[in-house]
Design a protein around this ligand. Sequence first.
Ligand code: ASP
Length: 463
Amino acid sequence: MKKLALHWKIIIGLLLGIVWAVLSGFFGWSEFTMNWLAPWGRIFISLLKLIAIPLVLFSIIGGIVGLGDPKHLGKLGARTLMMYLLTTVVAVSIGLLVVNIAKPGIWMAKEVRIENRIAYELWAHKEGYAIHDDTNLIADAANTELVKEVAKRRGFDEDEAVQKRLKLAADQKGSGPLSFVEDMVPDNVFGAMSDNGSMLKIIFFALFFGIAVLFVPQKHSEPVIDVVHGLTEVFLKMVDLIMKAAPFFVFALMAGLVSEIAGDNPAKVFELFKGLSWYALTVLTGLLFMAFIVYPTIMKFFVKRLSFGSFLKGISPAQMLAFSTSSSAATLPVTLECVEDNLKVDPKISSFVLPIGATVNMDGTSMYQAIAVVFLAQWHMIDLDFAQQLTIVLTATLASIGSAAIPSAGLVMLMIVLSSVGLNPAWIGIILPVDRILDMVRTVVNVTGDATVSTVIGEMDKK
Ligand code: ASP
């Protein structure tokens, strides 16, 4: 019998995980699932993350020294950044288009939206923000009682989960959306390497180091290059070994994840989804459009040798991992393998383009941020004008660059986008219940975008 391809095994693991979680909900096994299965999912993510930092470091250095010529590097770097920026702006723009057409935020009882609007106006007054558009419900005498009631009921004490994230965002907000440029330069390279959140710092160091190697006499650079290539191979082998067990790990990951949301009541998953279903559907529509219309079109134009079907088949293991781990960084080792082995992109190119992409290029995240902001505005009866939507394009692009490639990072950065157009960052609490599911899908788009761009750049470079 022909052996089942890895991506099929992973899909089976993924589905079995979900089935297991639902069953364990029915039979009251969720404690067993949380104690005995979920840890394996976390171990899997740790194993992948363990490899991510050294792999980024050595593959970027290896990519640069492989190019050999600083001029070539400059051209490649400029192309890469341009492509990444372009795809991100396209994603945000499509997101805005979709959310403005679908208007998922208006499908709610009028009274609730009025209360939301009042709560928003109260918040804006308290924080000293200018109020959007001409509606001024709290100034209307007819609303006096309602305003009092809303003020009392909502009291602005957001729940704990939101508070925790608010604190996280506050640190980032203080330094503005460009802070990532400043943060990019490490003052201690070992410090940076000991922190999974410092990927940009590591990329900076790797670029710097790799470029310096190019200028060192061959006698000294050769042994360094050999070591770098050798180490890269070893780390890739480690990924190979881990991936052999991926179907089981993915099973455990999904079982734990779904159990965590559902507990002993599987109906809860659907319950959570119901209230926010229009919003979630809008985000999913945008993301699927990106994955199945935009990327294939780009591929069609630039890469003639690959059909989109074979492209998808080639990167499907990476997509599956992105879906189950919600982390582009954890997926990176596998993305590299897929792009090099299945899509036949020159490792010199992919090892330079992909690690950077996993960190800075997040088309799915930026699109989701744009949709979420407009949805939350609609939910509170706020019309965002053209200039404000343009601000969203800019901040969502920057925020997605600044988002770490880990679960929920996009949600934290969303607060910055909200603040940039004068909206309450605590509103992320509203979409929190469905965020994990959307995170999984946007990470798939993030990874697919990186793979697309690296394949295109590889093709351009051949010419
Ligand atoms: N989880 C996403 C990623 O790793 C980032 C996000 O939260 O949007 O690509």
